[in-house]
Design a protein around this ligand. Structure first.
Ligand code: FES
Ligand code: FES
Length: 155
């Protein structure tokens, strides 16, 4: 059994205190302890971006972060983007532009896009390409994803 530490953090706007194993990744913690399965498990080695979440407002690959590093921080997952039953405008734009096929990369893409728009309200194509450079889409929906991000920037 791994040693566990008590961590205090904010998850999608709510304060939480939980125990986390010292060797558990943030990705496993989110999916298996917080039961938030919108964050997807892909390569688990930091190459696909399917596990992207916002940690203190910055996009991170949660498979490369330890759960105990969450202590004292603010975590936003895909489940935390909608407010009062209304989707975030990036989520709406992904639907309007059919910016997914199988959808496996979509939560990570949307979190990376949300972080981009939070720091740059009017991103260029280059900015978008750079922001998504760590997020892979095996279905090749890149064009629609870029269009959705540009449309949500204009909203
Ligand atoms: S599952 Fe984390 S980058 Fe692929
Ligand atoms: S929509 Fe299938 S991996 Fe991107």
């Amino acid at each position: 059994m791994s040693e566990k530490l008590t961590i205090n953090f904010s998850i999608n706007g709510s304060r939480e205190t939980k125990e986390a194993a010292v060797d558990q990744t943030l990705l496993k913690f989110i999916r298996e302890e917080l039961m938030l399965t919108g964050t997807k498990e892909g390569c688990e080695i930091g190459e696909c971006g399917a596990c992207t979440v916002l940690l203190d407002g910055k996009p991170v690959n949660s498979c490369l972060v330890l759960a105990v590093e969450l202590d004292g921080k603010e975590l936003i997952t895909i489940e935390g983007l909608s407010k009062n039953g209304e989707l975030d405008r990036v989520q709406e734009a992904f639907i309007e532009h059919a910016a997914f096929q199988c959808g496996y990369c979509t939560p990570g893409m949307i979190m990376a896009a949300r972080a981009l728009l939070d720091r740059n309200a009017d991103p260029s194509d280059e900015d978008i390409n750079e922001a998504l450079s760590g997020n892979l889409c095996r279905c090749g929906a890149y064009q629609e994803i870029r269009e959705a991000i540009k449309a949500s920037a204009k909203k």
